[in-house]
Write a protein that binds this ligand. Structure first.
Ligand code: PSU
Ligand code: MN
Length: 308
């Protein structure tokens, strides 16, 4: 038994799926603890899990609880993450701390990828990736999510990255590190709240079979690292571009004026944007995660070696 296995704790649902060789989809928990307010966060988490079940796969929401990496959470554990103000936002750097201290940890995209890989899960669904922040040439604020995509072999279904980030530099960074960016249903790389960012994805692959073939080819070649599967928000749920751009600028200025830095930047911007849009950004956020869950379940089923 390799050493990391003693840290993993699987829910019964995920254990059964592993035994049966069924498709499993990982889900992150920072989106619950730091990405959305209560009670919408917990409701979203439950609904997304159900969409994945309805799509024929098994959801595995990941968090750190009681010194264990929990792969698949109970209803009570989802509630705990959604209501605990002391839940830590856990990225690669923080994993040994939160595990060895027995603290409550919500995993970011980076940490969820690490845990999913340890658990043998290939497909992970989230809302948006972290990326290169605007002004990173002076702040050095580049999300650890990008380095994780460079080295950890998990496919991440997302709605692109938010325009709180420098989307062009984020794509440049991914290119440098050999991380392919796929798009579903359009050539354009989506900007989370809106369907177009003004940048293109590298490869448009509309069907789960093509996406699965791309991803498995990459890994069969021994090319380690993730694949970004970008899926635009549904048209009727997208936000008007001018409005979200103006609000994003305001939120960025406020973060700057308030001296917000490090891991607090992204949660601050998300909650300010929600306030400034009177909650409409939250509705869009929930809609896009659900849409990603449908794509992720279909992709997980299409991966080689999975039992239908
Ligand atoms: N972007 C979103 N919603 C989120 C996050 C990013 O639209 O909830 C979360 C994810 O967990 C992501 C993390 O991994 O923020 C990135 O944080 P940072 O920028 O501090 O690396
Ligand atoms: Mn950062």
């Amino acid at each position: 038994m390799t050493q990391y296995q003693s840290f993993l704790s699987f829910s019964q649902e995920v254990l059964d799926a592993r035994t049966a060789g069924k498709a499993i989809v990982a889900l992150e928990s920072t989106i619950i603890s730091h990405g959305m307010p209560y009670p919408q966060n917990v409701a979203m988490a439950r609904e997304v899990e159900q969409i994945i079940r309805d799509g024929g796969a098994v959801p595995a929401t990941i968090a750190i609880i009681g010194g264990k990496i929990c792969i698949g959470l109970s209803d009570e554990q989802l509630e705990l993450l959604g209501t605990s103000p002391d839940a830590m936002k856990v990225s690669r750097r923080d994993l040994p701390f939160v595990l060895s201290q027995g603290k409550l940890g919500a995993t970011t995209v980076a940490a969820t990828m690490i845990c999913a890989e340890l658990a043998g899960i290939e497909v992970f669904v989230t809302g948006g990736l972290g990326g290169v922040h605007r002004g990173a040439e002076t702040s050095f604020d580049i999300s650890a999510d990008l380095q994780e995509l460079a080295q950890t072999s998990v496919a991440v279904v997302c709605a692109g990255v938010k325009s709180i980030l420098d989307i062009g530099l984020t794509l440049e960074y991914l290119e440098t590190h050999g991380v392919p960016v796929l798009s579903v249903g359009q050539q354009g790389f989506p900007a989370f709240f809106t369907r177009e960012s003004g940048f293109n994805a590298d490869f448009r692959l509309d069907t789960p079979a093509e996406q699965a073939a791309f991803i498995s080819t990459k890994w069969q070649l021994g090319l380690k690292g993730g694949v970004v599967v970008s899926n635009p928000v549904p048209l009727d749920q997208a936000m008007p571009k001018e409005e979200i751009d103006a609000i994003t600028s305001q939120a960025l200025q406020e973060a700057d004026a308030a001296g917000i830095s490090g891991k607090r930047v992204t949660p601050f911007l998300l909650s300010r944007i929600k306030e400034l849009t009177d909650g409409r950004s939250l509705a869009t956020n929930i809609a896009l995660v659900k849409n990603n869950a449908r794509v992720g379940a279909a992709l997980a089923i299409a991966m080689p070696g999975v039992t239908a």
